[in-house]
Design a protein around this ligand. Sequence first.
Ligand code: NAD
Length: 294
Amino acid sequence: MQHIAFIGLGNMGGPMAINLVRAGFSVSGVDLSAEALQHFSENGGKAAASVAEAIQGADVVISMLPAGRHVEGLYLGDDGLIARLPAGTLVLDCSTIAAHTARGVGHAASDAGLRFLDAPVSGGTAGAAAGTLTFMVGGDAANLEAARPLLTAMGKNIFHAGDIGAGQTAKVCNNMLLGILMAGTAEALALGVKNGLDPAVLSEIMSKSSGRNWALELYNPWPGVMENSPASRGYSGGFMSELMLKDLGLAEETALQSHAANPLGALARNLYESHVAEGNGKLDFSSIVNHFRH
Ligand code: NAD
Protein backbone atom coordinates (compact mmCIF):
# COMPACT_ATOMS: atom_id res chain seq x y z
CA MET A 1 0.00 0.00 0.00
CA GLN A 2 1.25 3.51 -0.80
CA HIS A 3 2.24 5.58 2.21
CA ILE A 4 1.59 9.33 1.94
CA ALA A 5 3.09 12.20 3.91
CA PHE A 6 0.64 15.13 3.93
CA ILE A 7 2.09 18.49 4.99
CA GLY A 8 -0.37 21.29 5.85
CA LEU A 9 -3.71 20.18 7.33
CA GLY A 10 -5.51 23.55 7.23
CA ASN A 11 -8.90 24.48 5.81
CA MET A 12 -8.13 22.64 2.56
CA GLY A 13 -5.36 20.18 3.44
CA GLY A 14 -7.28 18.78 6.42
CA PRO A 15 -10.31 17.51 4.49
CA MET A 16 -8.15 16.46 1.50
CA ALA A 17 -5.94 14.29 3.74
CA ILE A 18 -9.00 12.81 5.46
CA ASN A 19 -10.43 11.82 2.06
CA LEU A 20 -7.20 9.95 1.30
CA VAL A 21 -7.55 8.11 4.62
CA ARG A 22 -11.18 7.25 3.76
CA ALA A 23 -10.05 5.94 0.37
CA GLY A 24 -7.82 3.46 2.19
CA PHE A 25 -4.39 5.12 1.89
CA SER A 26 -1.99 5.18 4.81
CA VAL A 27 -1.47 8.90 5.55
CA SER A 28 0.90 10.61 8.00
CA GLY A 29 -0.06 14.27 8.41
CA VAL A 30 1.78 17.19 9.91
CA ASP A 31 0.83 20.79 10.70
CA LEU A 32 2.06 23.59 12.95
CA SER A 33 -1.44 23.79 14.48
CA ALA A 34 -2.19 21.28 17.26
CA GLU A 35 -5.91 21.71 16.56
CA ALA A 36 -5.52 20.77 12.88
CA LEU A 37 -3.41 17.76 13.85
CA GLN A 38 -5.96 16.59 16.40
CA HIS A 39 -8.82 16.88 13.91
CA PHE A 40 -6.82 14.79 11.46
CA SER A 41 -6.10 12.01 13.97
CA GLU A 42 -9.73 11.98 15.13
CA ASN A 43 -10.59 11.16 11.51
CA GLY A 44 -8.26 8.19 11.17
CA GLY A 45 -5.01 9.88 10.06
CA LYS A 46 -1.60 9.30 11.65
CA ALA A 47 -0.56 12.57 13.31
CA ALA A 48 3.21 13.11 12.97
CA ALA A 49 5.16 15.34 15.34
CA SER A 50 7.47 16.64 12.61
CA VAL A 51 7.98 16.68 8.86
CA ALA A 52 10.87 14.24 9.35
CA GLU A 53 8.51 11.79 11.08
CA ALA A 54 5.78 12.24 8.45
CA ILE A 55 8.09 11.43 5.51
CA GLN A 56 9.46 8.21 7.07
CA GLY A 57 8.82 5.50 4.46
CA ALA A 58 6.63 7.78 2.31
CA ASP A 59 6.22 6.94 -1.39
CA VAL A 60 4.32 10.19 -1.94
CA VAL A 61 4.57 13.67 -0.38
CA ILE A 62 1.67 16.12 -0.71
CA SER A 63 1.96 19.71 0.51
CA MET A 64 -0.91 22.19 1.00
CA LEU A 65 0.66 25.33 2.45
CA PRO A 66 -0.39 29.01 2.43
CA ALA A 67 2.12 30.64 0.05
CA GLY A 68 5.30 30.33 -2.00
CA ARG A 69 7.65 31.14 0.87
CA HIS A 70 6.27 28.20 2.91
CA VAL A 71 6.70 25.86 -0.07
CA GLU A 72 10.28 27.02 -0.73
CA GLY A 73 11.02 26.72 3.00
CA LEU A 74 9.77 23.11 3.02
CA TYR A 75 11.52 21.84 -0.11
CA LEU A 76 14.68 23.91 -0.70
CA GLY A 77 17.95 24.31 1.19
CA ASP A 78 20.31 21.82 2.88
CA ASP A 79 17.58 20.79 5.29
CA GLY A 80 14.75 20.85 2.74
CA LEU A 81 12.79 17.83 1.55
CA ILE A 82 14.45 17.73 -1.86
CA ALA A 83 17.73 16.95 -0.14
CA ARG A 84 16.12 14.33 2.09
CA LEU A 85 13.64 12.35 -0.01
CA PRO A 86 14.76 9.23 -1.87
CA ALA A 87 14.86 9.45 -5.68
CA GLY A 88 11.61 8.36 -7.29
CA THR A 89 9.37 9.83 -4.58
CA LEU A 90 6.24 11.38 -6.07
CA VAL A 91 5.86 14.99 -4.85
CA LEU A 92 2.64 16.99 -5.30
CA ASP A 93 2.45 20.60 -4.24
CA CYS A 94 -1.24 21.59 -4.11
CA SER A 95 -0.69 25.08 -2.62
CA THR A 96 -1.47 28.12 -4.78
CA ILE A 97 1.89 29.79 -5.50
CA ALA A 98 3.57 31.71 -8.34
CA ALA A 99 4.27 29.63 -11.45
CA HIS A 100 7.93 30.70 -11.35
CA THR A 101 8.22 29.51 -7.73
CA ALA A 102 6.66 26.16 -8.73
CA ARG A 103 9.14 25.92 -11.60
CA GLY A 104 12.07 26.70 -9.25
CA VAL A 105 11.04 24.05 -6.73
CA GLY A 106 9.87 21.58 -9.39
CA HIS A 107 13.05 21.69 -11.46
CA ALA A 108 15.22 21.35 -8.34
CA ALA A 109 13.11 18.32 -7.38
CA SER A 110 13.39 16.79 -10.87
CA ASP A 111 17.17 17.34 -10.86
CA ALA A 112 17.29 15.35 -7.62
CA GLY A 113 15.36 12.47 -9.21
CA LEU A 114 12.00 13.24 -7.59
CA ARG A 115 8.76 13.13 -9.60
CA PHE A 116 7.26 16.60 -9.08
CA LEU A 117 3.83 17.94 -10.01
CA ASP A 118 2.28 21.31 -9.23
CA ALA A 119 -1.37 20.49 -8.57
CA PRO A 120 -3.30 23.49 -7.23
CA VAL A 121 -7.00 23.04 -6.65
CA SER A 122 -10.32 24.81 -6.99
CA GLY A 123 -13.64 24.07 -5.31
CA GLY A 124 -13.31 25.63 -1.86
CA THR A 125 -13.51 23.94 1.51
CA ALA A 126 -16.87 22.37 0.60
CA GLY A 127 -15.29 20.78 -2.48
CA ALA A 128 -12.32 19.61 -0.37
CA ALA A 129 -14.69 17.97 2.14
CA ALA A 130 -16.87 16.39 -0.56
CA GLY A 131 -13.88 15.14 -2.57
CA THR A 132 -15.03 17.07 -5.64
CA LEU A 133 -12.05 19.40 -6.16
CA THR A 134 -10.75 20.39 -9.57
CA PHE A 135 -6.99 19.74 -9.93
CA MET A 136 -4.92 21.79 -12.40
CA VAL A 137 -1.75 19.82 -12.88
CA GLY A 138 1.61 20.88 -14.28
CA GLY A 139 4.41 18.37 -14.96
CA ASP A 140 5.18 15.12 -16.69
CA ALA A 141 2.13 13.18 -17.98
CA ALA A 142 3.53 9.88 -16.62
CA ASN A 143 3.82 11.42 -13.14
CA LEU A 144 0.22 12.60 -13.41
CA GLU A 145 -0.86 9.03 -14.21
CA ALA A 146 1.02 7.80 -11.14
CA ALA A 147 -0.77 10.43 -9.03
CA ARG A 148 -4.22 9.89 -10.55
CA PRO A 149 -5.54 7.40 -7.94
CA LEU A 150 -4.68 9.91 -5.18
CA LEU A 151 -6.16 12.86 -7.06
CA THR A 152 -9.34 10.87 -7.75
CA ALA A 153 -9.74 10.28 -4.00
CA MET A 154 -9.71 14.06 -3.43
CA GLY A 155 -11.26 15.47 -6.60
CA LYS A 156 -13.61 15.02 -9.48
CA ASN A 157 -11.99 16.94 -12.34
CA ILE A 158 -8.32 16.43 -13.12
CA PHE A 159 -6.70 18.54 -15.84
CA HIS A 160 -3.20 18.36 -17.29
CA ALA A 161 -2.41 22.03 -17.94
CA GLY A 162 1.14 21.52 -19.31
CA ASP A 163 4.70 21.44 -17.99
CA ILE A 164 5.76 22.21 -14.41
CA GLY A 165 4.22 25.57 -13.40
CA ALA A 166 1.33 25.39 -15.89
CA GLY A 167 -1.09 24.23 -13.18
CA GLN A 168 -0.28 27.39 -11.22
CA THR A 169 -0.78 29.62 -14.25
CA ALA A 170 -4.25 28.11 -14.76
CA LYS A 171 -5.05 28.53 -11.06
CA VAL A 172 -3.99 32.19 -11.02
CA CYS A 173 -6.24 32.94 -14.03
CA ASN A 174 -9.15 31.16 -12.32
CA ASN A 175 -8.71 32.96 -9.01
CA MET A 176 -8.35 36.36 -10.63
CA LEU A 177 -11.75 35.72 -12.24
CA LEU A 178 -13.15 34.46 -8.92
CA GLY A 179 -12.00 37.63 -7.10
CA ILE A 180 -13.63 39.79 -9.77
CA LEU A 181 -16.86 37.72 -9.66
CA MET A 182 -17.07 37.80 -5.86
CA ALA A 183 -16.58 41.58 -5.74
CA GLY A 184 -19.12 42.07 -8.54
CA THR A 185 -21.65 39.75 -6.91
CA ALA A 186 -21.27 41.57 -3.58
CA GLU A 187 -21.73 44.95 -5.29
CA ALA A 188 -24.90 43.80 -7.11
CA LEU A 189 -26.45 42.29 -3.97
CA ALA A 190 -25.71 45.42 -1.91
CA LEU A 191 -27.26 47.61 -4.61
CA GLY A 192 -30.44 45.51 -4.62
CA VAL A 193 -30.74 45.44 -0.84
CA LYS A 194 -30.21 49.21 -0.65
CA ASN A 195 -33.12 49.53 -3.03
CA GLY A 196 -35.48 47.36 -1.01
CA LEU A 197 -34.89 43.85 -2.36
CA ASP A 198 -34.57 40.73 -0.23
CA PRO A 199 -31.01 39.35 -0.82
CA ALA A 200 -32.34 35.77 -1.05
CA VAL A 201 -34.95 36.73 -3.66
CA LEU A 202 -32.43 38.77 -5.65
CA SER A 203 -29.93 35.88 -5.50
CA GLU A 204 -32.57 33.48 -6.79
CA ILE A 205 -33.47 35.86 -9.64
CA MET A 206 -29.85 36.44 -10.69
CA SER A 207 -29.07 32.69 -10.41
CA LYS A 208 -31.68 32.09 -13.11
CA SER A 209 -30.58 35.11 -15.16
CA SER A 210 -27.50 36.22 -17.04
CA GLY A 211 -25.69 37.35 -13.88
CA ARG A 212 -25.36 33.77 -12.59
CA ASN A 213 -21.94 32.71 -11.40
CA TRP A 214 -20.21 30.41 -8.86
CA ALA A 215 -19.86 33.09 -6.15
CA LEU A 216 -23.58 33.85 -6.32
CA GLU A 217 -24.88 30.29 -6.63
CA LEU A 218 -22.53 28.23 -4.49
CA TYR A 219 -20.77 30.69 -2.17
CA ASN A 220 -23.27 33.48 -1.64
CA PRO A 221 -21.61 36.39 0.25
CA TRP A 222 -24.80 37.63 1.95
CA PRO A 223 -25.36 36.17 5.47
CA GLY A 224 -28.37 33.86 5.68
CA VAL A 225 -28.93 33.40 1.96
CA MET A 226 -27.12 30.02 1.88
CA GLU A 227 -27.12 27.89 4.99
CA ASN A 228 -23.66 26.39 4.40
CA SER A 229 -21.72 29.35 3.04
CA PRO A 230 -19.00 31.04 5.16
CA ALA A 231 -21.22 34.19 5.15
CA SER A 232 -23.74 32.32 7.30
CA ARG A 233 -21.12 31.38 9.92
CA GLY A 234 -19.45 34.75 10.46
CA TYR A 235 -17.11 34.37 7.44
CA SER A 236 -15.10 31.64 9.18
CA GLY A 237 -13.61 28.41 7.83
CA GLY A 238 -13.45 29.22 4.12
CA PHE A 239 -10.87 30.93 1.92
CA MET A 240 -9.27 33.77 3.83
CA SER A 241 -9.26 37.27 2.32
CA GLU A 242 -5.48 37.43 2.80
CA LEU A 243 -5.11 34.34 0.58
CA MET A 244 -7.34 35.88 -2.10
CA LEU A 245 -5.19 39.02 -1.90
CA LYS A 246 -2.11 36.82 -2.40
CA ASP A 247 -3.69 35.22 -5.50
CA LEU A 248 -4.71 38.58 -7.00
CA GLY A 249 -1.12 39.70 -6.42
CA LEU A 250 0.12 36.61 -8.28
CA ALA A 251 -2.22 37.48 -11.16
CA GLU A 252 -0.85 41.03 -11.25
CA GLU A 253 2.74 39.76 -11.17
CA THR A 254 1.95 37.36 -14.02
CA ALA A 255 0.31 40.14 -16.05
CA LEU A 256 3.30 42.45 -15.54
CA GLN A 257 5.80 39.76 -16.52
CA SER A 258 3.90 38.85 -19.67
CA HIS A 259 2.84 42.42 -20.62
CA ALA A 260 -0.84 41.45 -20.37
CA ALA A 261 -3.54 43.95 -19.36
CA ASN A 262 -5.54 42.99 -16.25
CA PRO A 263 -7.53 46.12 -15.29
CA LEU A 264 -10.36 44.23 -13.56
CA GLY A 265 -7.95 41.94 -11.71
CA ALA A 266 -6.01 45.00 -10.55
CA LEU A 267 -9.23 46.63 -9.33
CA ALA A 268 -10.18 43.48 -7.41
CA ARG A 269 -6.67 43.35 -5.90
CA ASN A 270 -7.03 46.95 -4.73
CA LEU A 271 -10.41 46.19 -3.14
CA TYR A 272 -8.94 43.22 -1.28
CA GLU A 273 -5.85 45.25 -0.30
CA SER A 274 -8.10 47.77 1.50
CA HIS A 275 -10.29 45.03 2.93
CA VAL A 276 -7.30 43.20 4.42
CA ALA A 277 -5.74 46.48 5.64
CA GLU A 278 -8.97 47.14 7.53
CA GLY A 279 -8.38 43.97 9.57
CA ASN A 280 -10.40 41.42 7.57
CA GLY A 281 -7.51 39.23 6.39
CA LYS A 282 -8.55 36.13 8.34
CA LEU A 283 -12.22 36.39 7.31
CA ASP A 284 -13.47 34.45 4.31
CA PHE A 285 -13.04 36.36 1.04
CA SER A 286 -16.83 36.69 0.59
CA SER A 287 -16.72 39.19 3.49
CA ILE A 288 -15.80 41.76 0.79
CA VAL A 289 -19.60 42.27 0.73
CA ASN A 290 -19.20 44.36 3.90
CA HIS A 291 -17.19 46.86 1.86
CA PHE A 292 -20.38 47.54 -0.13
CA ARG A 293 -22.87 47.18 2.73
CA HIS A 294 -21.37 49.79 5.06
P1 NAD B 1 -4.82 27.42 5.84
O1 NAD B 1 -4.07 28.58 6.38
O2 NAD B 1 -6.16 27.05 6.43
O3 NAD B 1 -3.90 26.10 5.92
C1 NAD B 1 -2.51 26.08 5.75
C2 NAD B 1 -1.94 25.19 6.85
O4 NAD B 1 -0.53 25.04 6.66
C3 NAD B 1 -2.13 25.78 8.26
O5 NAD B 1 -2.87 24.86 9.06
C4 NAD B 1 -0.70 25.99 8.76
O6 NAD B 1 -0.57 25.74 10.15
C5 NAD B 1 0.06 24.96 7.93
N1 NAD B 1 1.49 25.23 7.81
C6 NAD B 1 2.11 26.38 7.45
N2 NAD B 1 3.45 26.18 7.39
C7 NAD B 1 3.67 24.88 7.70
C8 NAD B 1 4.84 24.06 7.80
N3 NAD B 1 6.05 24.56 7.57
N4 NAD B 1 4.70 22.76 8.17
C9 NAD B 1 3.46 22.24 8.41
N5 NAD B 1 2.32 22.96 8.32
C10 NAD B 1 2.42 24.26 7.97
O7 NAD B 1 -4.97 27.66 4.27
P2 NAD B 1 -5.93 26.89 3.24
O8 NAD B 1 -7.20 27.65 3.08
O9 NAD B 1 -5.95 25.43 3.57
O10 NAD B 1 -5.10 27.12 1.90
C11 NAD B 1 -3.92 26.38 1.57
C12 NAD B 1 -3.55 26.69 0.12
O11 NAD B 1 -4.64 26.32 -0.74
C13 NAD B 1 -3.29 28.18 -0.15
O12 NAD B 1 -2.24 28.30 -1.06
C14 NAD B 1 -4.61 28.66 -0.74
O13 NAD B 1 -4.42 29.79 -1.57
C15 NAD B 1 -5.05 27.44 -1.50
N6 NAD B 1 -6.51 27.29 -1.70
C16 NAD B 1 -7.41 27.54 -0.71
C17 NAD B 1 -8.77 27.37 -0.95
C18 NAD B 1 -9.81 27.64 0.11
O14 NAD B 1 -11.01 27.70 -0.24
N7 NAD B 1 -9.44 27.78 1.38
C19 NAD B 1 -9.20 26.92 -2.20
C20 NAD B 1 -8.26 26.61 -3.18
C21 NAD B 1 -6.91 26.80 -2.93
